[in-house]
Design a protein around this ligand. Structure first.
Ligand SMILES: C[S@@+](CC[C@H](N)C(=O)[O-])C[C@H]1O[C@@H](n2cnc3c(N)ncnc32)[C@H](O)[C@@H]1O
Length: 365
C-alpha cells in the first residue's frame, strides 16, 4: 500500500466484516458509508484493517472484494496483532521521515489486551489523528487482581502506568474510577476527550467508548455524530465525560445545559455569544444549536439579556443568537481562537451580541 493517502480509516481489531446473520461489522460499515457519503469524496481514502485471526482476515478480504469499491479507495487487510503491526508501520514511516496521514483509528478489542497506551500516544503525536476506543472497564475491574501476572500486565499496558491498581483500595464505584482514570490518561495526550456509555434497560453499563483528538473540528464532528445516534430500543446512550453531569442523548437536555451556562457565565457582566459557543463546542457534550435553544429559553424567561444590534450595525433577528466573528471567518472551530473578549477587540459592547446572566441590559443597548 502506498502511504500517501489523504485520509486513513484504521480498524485495529477489524473482525470478519460480516457476521453469520449477515450483519455488517465495522469494516463494511465504514466502506459502505464512504461509498455513499454525500460529500462525494474525491480524495484517496485508505482503509487499513488489522485482524489477528487468519480465517477472519480472509473472510474480510472476500467481503471487501464483493463491495466493489471505487478506485480512489485503497484497502488493505493485515493479518496480525494490532500493536506490533501498527508499530511496524509507524516505524517505517518514521524511518522515511513521513508522518501518518490524517487518521481515524477505531480500536475495538474484545478485552483490554494489546492496546498499549504508548501506542495511543504515538498515534496522537501525528497531526489530525483521532482515536475511538471501546474500553472494557468492567472486565478490567474484575481482572485487576488476577493471579496470572500477564493479565494485570495488560491492564498496566493499557493505562501506561500502575494507577489503575490504586482503585483496589477504594470503597467507591471502582468501574467509575477506572473510567475517569482512563479519561484523564487520554487527556494527557489529547486536548479533547469524550467518553460515551451504552447502558441496558437495567441501567447497567454495557460498554464505554472513548474519543480522543487534538482537533477542534474532529471533536465537534464526533459530538454531532453522537447526537444523531438513535437510542437502541431498551438501551440508552450517553456522554459520560463529566461524571457529575451525564448527558443522555435524545432526552431532555435543556436543564443540564442551562444550569451549566449559568454556572459558567453568571459571574461575568456580559459575554459575547461567540465565547459561550466556544465553551459549548469545546468543553461540553452539546452542540451550538443546543446553546441557541437554551439562550432562547433563558431570554424568554428574562434571565439573560441579548443586545439588539449586531457588530455589523444590523438589527439582530428576534430569537437568533449569532456568534460574532471577524469577517471572512467560517462558523465552527476554524475561526480564530479567543477572539471573544470585548476589551481585547476594542469594540464598544453595543456593537456586539452579548449574553448577560444577570439580565440587566446596559442602558445604551
Ligand atoms: C470485538 S471484535 C471486533 C469487531 C469489529 N469492530 C466489528 O464491528 O465487527 C475483535 C476482533 O479483534 C480480533 N483480535 C483480537 N485480538 C487482536 C489483536 N491483538 N490484534 C488484532 N486483532 C485482534 C478478534 O479476532 C476479533 O475479530
Amino acid at each position: 500500500m502506498s502511504w500517501k493517502p489523504r485520509v486513513v480509516f484504521l480498524d485495529g481489531f477489524a473482525g470478519p466484516g460480516r457476521y453469520e446473520g449477515g450483519e455488517p461489522g465495522s469494516p463494511i460499515i465504514a466502506l459502505e458509508s464512504a461509498k455513499t457519503h454525500k460529500a462525494k469524496l474525491s480524495e484517496e481514502l485508505a482503509f487499513l484493517f488489522i485482524e489477528e485471526r487468519k480465517d477472519r482476515a480472509n473472510y474480510l478480504s472476500k467481503e471487501i472484494e464483493a463491495l466493489k469499491c471505487p478506485d480512489s479507495f485503497k484497502t488493505k487487510v493485515e493479518c496480525g496483532e494490532f500493536a506490533p503491526t501498527l508499530t511496524a508501520i509507524l516505524d517505517k514511516l518514521a524511518e522515511s521521515d513521513h508522518k501518518l496521514a490524517p487518521t481515524f483509528a477505531m480500536i475495538d478489542p474484545f478485552g483490554f489486551a494489546g492496546i498499549p497506551f504508548e501506542l495511543m500516544k504515538r498515534l496522537l503525536d501525528n497531526p489530525n489523528c483521532e482515536l475511538f476506543v471501546s474500553f472494557m472497564v468492567d472486565s478490567i475491574n474484575r481482572w485487576l487482581e488476577h493471579p496470572d501476572p500477564a493479565i494485570p500486565g495488560h491492564i498496566r499496558d493499557a493505562f501506561g502506568n500502575d494507577e489503575p491498581f490504586a482503585v483496589l483500595g477504594s470503597n467507591g464505584d471502582r468501574a467509575a474510577e477506572l473510567t475517569e482514570l482512563y479519561r484523564k490518561r487520554l487527556g494527557t495526550i489529547a486536548r479533547f476527550v469524550r467518553s460515551f456509555e451504552l447502558r441496558d434497560k437495567n441501567d447497567r453499563v454495557v460498554y464505554h467508548l472513548f474519543f480522543a483528538s487534538k482537533n477542534r473540528l474532529g471533536h465537534l464532528k464526533m459530538k454531532e455524530a453522537m447526537w444523531k445516534v438513535d437510542p437502541l430500543g431498551d438501551f440508552s446512550f450517553s456522554d459520560a465525560t463529566n461524571p457529575d453531569q451525564q448527558v443522555f442523548f435524545k432526552r431532555a437536555y435543556e436543564d443540564t445545559l442551562k444550569a451549566d451556562l449559568v454556572r459558567q457565565f453568571d459571574k461575568m457582566a456580559d459575554v459575547l455569544i461567540e465565547r459561550v459557543e466556544r465553551y459549548v463546542e469545546d468543553d461540553t457534550a452539546f452542540l451550538p444549536k443546543h446553546m441557541r435553544e437554551v439562550l432562547k429559553v433563558l431570554e424568554s424567561e428574562g434571565r439573560v439579556c441579548v443586545a439588539e444590534v449586531k457588530s455589523d450595525g444590523n438589527k439582530r433577528k428576534k430569537n437568533t443568537y449569532p456568534a460574532d466573528r471577524a469577517s471572512g471567518e467560517e462558523s465552527g472551530p476554524s475561526r480564530i481562537a479567543n477572539a471573544c473578549e470585548i476589551k481585547s477587540l476594542n469594540h464598544p459592547p453595543s456593537t456586539r451580541v452579548h449574553w448577560i446572566a444577570n439580565a440587566s441590559a446596559p442602558k445604551d443597548w
